[in-house]
Design a protein around this ligand. Structure first.
Ligand SMILES: [Zn+2]
Length: 272
């Protein structure tokens, strides 16, 4: 759907800007109903479950195939100096397996970069491009790298790597060994960001809140000394707040964009 020039000429700036946003954002949320394959690109074990566990449970319930790729090993995610980092990393793999089982996620992949030290590199981007071409997702779900005041470098780097990989996976000459090896270039139709300041799609997760809380609680190393109650309250507060937007008890919020249309030279992507 496009705006006709006569139509545009009759509108003032604000009216036209709103009209453009309306055209560009039409149907963005529908991907959550139609996606058959979703690739979740997360910085650490637990991020997807924490931010989007309700959506994931909802997707797998209707038969959508969901895979996680975790970029770092989660080895520094503790305040306990006696817990050996390698041991923590292996504990967190088991915790993520347990949470995935609860949410119906069948495939877990690990890139094992050192926790807290992830950087945006061509090597990491190429690994993601290969995974995208192998899995051929309709939707990539990741952390919003442009969240204001985000201090964790792994989160910023993961979001940037995911958008770059989503964008370049469609170009055969990007990481060309893939195509020579028989993989197809892949244009991912949509990308969705969680922990975003500019959500444009709200998902009712009321029926999946129990599963989400159970999955998040599986990451026991993150809640020593019975600390899950505080996290549960935090998750409920966020979900109730987002639920207000669509008149439901619990919701999760995402910013959905099209890598083809909105991730390059798109001056209104922020407002979509
Ligand atoms: Zn994280």
């Amino acid at each position: 759907m496009w705006l006709r020039e006569e139509e545009m000429a009759s509108l003032d700036y604000d009216e036209l800007y709103r009209a453009i946003l309306k055209v560009e954002s039409t149907n963005l949320g529908r991907i959550f109903y139609f996606a058959k394959k979703v690739l979740c690109v997360q910085p650490h074990p637990d991020d997807t479950d924490f931010a989007a566990g309700g959506l994931i449970a909802k997707l797998t319930k209707r038969g959508c195939e969901v895979a996680y790729v975790t970029l770092t090993d989660g080895r520094i995610g503790t305040l306990d100096p006696s817990l050996y980092p390698e041991k923590l990393a292996s504990v967190r793999v088991e915790e993520q397996k347990e949470a995935a089982e609860i949410l119906g996620v069948k495939k877990l992949m690990w890139l094992n970069y050192r926790d807290s030290e992830l950087r945006v590199t061509i090597e990491a981007r190429n690994k993601l491009i290969t995974l995208i071409r192998e899995f051929q997702p309709d939707l990539i779900l990741t952390v919003d790298p442009w969240l204001t005041y985000e201090a964790h470098p792994d989160h910023v780097a993961t979001g940037i790597l995911a958008v770059e990989a989503a964008f370049f996976a469609m170009f055969p000459h990007a990481n060309p060994g893939d195509v020579r090896g028989g993989l197809r270039p892949h244009p991912t139709a949509f990308i969705a960001f969680y922990w975003t300041r500019k959500p444009n799609v709200y998902v009712d997760i009321t029926d999946y809140m129990g599963a989400k809380l159970k999955a998040v609680s599986s990451h026991k190393s993150q809640y020593p000394h019975g600390g899950f109650e505080e996290v549960e309250n935090l998750l409920k507060t966020y979900s109730v707040l987002m639920g207000k937007k669509i008149g439901v008890q619990y919701a999760e919020a995402f910013k959905v964009l099209s890598p083809l249309k909105h991730l390059h030279c798109c001056v209104y992507a922020e407002d979509l």
